[in-house]
Write a protein that binds this ligand. Structure first.
Ligand code: PRP
Length: 203
């Protein structure tokens, strides 16, 4: 049995679609169920940011998660394959007409990704205060909670409609197939088989 942690939403649906294609079977969660067992796999539906935790503690052998979440989580997991789905960018942004003033002694950056943010600014040797938020990050500079934001951009619509601009792209992200190190060692053949099946589907 291989346990697979999937992030609720579109990435889970697209990943199950890959399983459908590989095994020519329907892998579908029933209603509000969070666990699905089928064809020797046990799928778990978890919050996006929780996928690395499930895989790290081996509650799941493998998982699918955005590179942005992996970078933020900083845990030691095996990256097996870029699935090319869930594409987005992590960007530094600020209000249009109000650039971030780096002469200030402390620049305030709102984000739900404090690690990526700290790493980015420490490389530039800029001292910042990270203001940790859990969502609606784009609001922070509009009400002077912060000077800028580090956030995910997918279509760009949220930033645009809230009069924000992209100052810099910090990283490109897409969903990766990941594995726990012990699971990879113990279930190597099955995991490698799955990786190569997926590889041929996603190119
Ligand atoms: C993300 C991100 C932006 C939005 C960007 O939030 O934090 O707010 O999507 O998408 P866009 O460029 O297509 O407008 P998400 O919807 O994941 O919700 P969250 O803030 O609850 O994490």
């Amino acid at each position: 049995m291989i346990t697979v942690a999937l992030p609720k939403g579109r990435i889970a649906d697209e990943t199950l679609e890959l399983f459908n294609k590989v095994f020519k079977q329907d892998f579908v969660f029933k209603d509000r169920k969070l666990v699905l067992e089928h064809m020797g796999f046990k799928f778990l539906l978890v919050r996006n940011q929780d996928v690395p935790t499930y895989v790290h503690y081996q509650a799941a052998d493998i998982g699918v998660v955005g590179l942005d979440v992996l970078e933020e989580h900083e845990s030691d997991l095996i990256r097996l394959l870029d699935l090319g789905i869930g594409k987005c960018k992590v960007v530094l942004g600020s209000a249009i007409g109000k650039d971030i003033d780096y002469r200030k002694p402390r620049v305030k950056i709102a984000t739900k990704m404090p690690h990526i943010t700290m790493k980015y600014f420490s490389k530039k040797a800029i001292a910042i205060d990270v203001i940790k938020l859990y969502g609606s990050i784009e609001l922070a500079p509009l009400v002077d909670l912060s000077d800028g934001i580090v956030d995910i951009v997918e279509t760009g619509a949220t930033m645009k409609q809230n009069n924000l601009k992209i100052d810099e792209i910090i990283m490109d992200s897409s969903a990766y197939l990941i594995a726990n190190k012990n699971s990879f060692y113990n279930k190597k053949q099955a995991i490698l088989d799955l990786q190569s099946e997926f590889q041929s589907l996603v190119g």
